[in-house]
Design a protein around this ligand. Structure first.
Ligand code: ADP
Ligand code: MG
Length: 379
């Protein structure tokens, strides 16, 4: 057990690291952020920060020797330097987990090999002809690069000749996966925490609405039948055990019209669709992550009140002809007594960039969603 007072090292310095640092420091830990770029969201709220590239093995070694445990908040970290860290200090989740989850091809192959339900996919190697692979799968489909995808980046939905040409222009000569476009009933996510002691807790299932491939709303409790809820939780538990995750694992899923659950993505870290836990769960995902990687008993995951979380993108600021001309209307959130504003301290808003989020609680999930839509429209 790594007790409060010790230092937790975090690879990555974005908003997930910032909220993790808040939770860790509240419990009495010191947080040391390792992040290539200076002045990020996590560094400014943490006791210590190192700004060096992920490939700088000497700097990573010094960092690893100075902390008691290491975790990460970001997937696109080269796995090789992590092997080095792993020999010096406990790393949770293991680099083998990160290697699988950071690459769509490996992730999907792992799901298939282990018999977990997933979206059917075809693999395209860099040398293959992307256009003929797309035609073989059939339209509509989604082409995704194997590496470095997030928030809809590195993927294009192909539904006609024009989008096919666009996908080929963007992704030819890269390793890709092609998935059938799933006309899902809704998207779900399940967050599971597994402690270094083996204790496991599943957060209540969230229902997620994405807009332009970016998470827009998370709704909890998800408006699902009990049977689907139980299936989603069982699946999540089986995956976290099979992957041997210590820490948090977020599992994104599609629910089809036939009631079938398909795994879309795995993320071995806190997740955007778990931000609601900060304001409406007995234990936040960030505190649970601290507890899991430090081997503390896990906290209760009961929902305190139905809640909706809404992402705040740079789009909420005032723009004119592509130029930033003003702040978002923060009073839309601040004047609603049940809404909570979270901003990540990013210096520069950009269209499509996650700048913060807000939550709103209400007596029912539908009422929370209605209130959230009203606030979002005024923002
Ligand atoms: P990332 O979150 O890493 O950008 P995802 O694969 O989760 O990538 O895709 C983002 C979103 O795009 C999904 O949550 C979903 O809304 C949509 N999407 C992705 N793949 C498909 C698919 N095969 N069928 C339908 N929608 C998809
Ligand atoms: Mg996703």
């Amino acid at each position: 057990m790594i007790l409060p007072g010790k230092t937790i090292g975090v690879l990555g310095g974005g908003q997930l690291g910032r909220m993790f640092a808040h939770a860790a420091e509240r419990l009495g830990y010191r947080v040391h952020i390792y992040e290539p770029e200076a002045n990020g969201p996590a560094g400014e709220v943490s006791a210590l920060e190192t700004n060096r590239p992920y490939t700088d093995v000497d700097a990573l070694t010094t960092f690893a020797r100075s902390v008691d445990v290491v975790t990460y908040e970001f997937e696109n970290i080269p796995a090789e330097p992590l092997w080095k860290i792993e020999n010096l200090v406990p790393l949770h989740p293991l680099s083998s987990v990160l290697e699988i989850c950071q690459n769509r091809m490996r992730e999907k192959t792992w799901l298939r090999k282990n018999g977990f339900p997933h979206v059917a996919f075809a693999e395209v190697e860099a040398a293959d002809d992307l256009a003929s692979a797309i035609r073989r799968i059939g339209l509509p489909c989604v082409v995704k690069t194997a590496d470095f995808g997030y928030d809809g980046k590195g993927q294009i939905k192909v539904s006609d000749d024009a989008s096919l040409a666009k996908a080929v222009a963007s992704f030819a000569k890269q390793r890709c996966v092609i998935e059938k476009f799933i006309d899902f009933k809704c998207e779900l996510s399940v967050l599971v925490a597994r402690s270094s002691t083996g204790e496991v807790k599943v957060f209540p299932v969230a229902e997620n609405i994405h807009t332009k491939h970016i998470l827009d709303f998370s709704i909890v409790p998800a408006r699902l039948s009990e049977a689907v809820r139980v299936d989603a939780e069982k699946l999540a538990l089986a995956i976290v055990e099979k992957l041997n995750v210590v820490g948090l694992l977020a599992i994104e899923m599609f629910l089809t019209d036939r009631g079938e659950i398909l795994v879309n993505e795995l993320a071995p870290r806190p997740h955007n669709s778990g931000h609601w836990t900060l304001d409406a769960c007995v234990t936040s995902q960030f505190e649970q992550h601290v507890r899991a990687v430090c081997g503390l008993p896990l906290g209760d995951v009961s929902v305190v009140a139905p809640v909706v979380m809404v992402n705040i993108l740079g789009d909420a600021w005032k723009w004119s002809d592509g130029k930033l001309v003003g702040e978002a209307n923060w009073s839309a959130i601040l004047s609603e007594p049940r809404a909570k504003l979270h901003l990540y301290g990013k210096k520069e808003p950009r269209i499509g960039r996650k700048m913060g989020h807000f939550t709103v609680t209400a007596p029912t999930a539908d009422a929370a969603l209605e209130a959230a839509r009203v606030i979002k429209a005024r923002l």
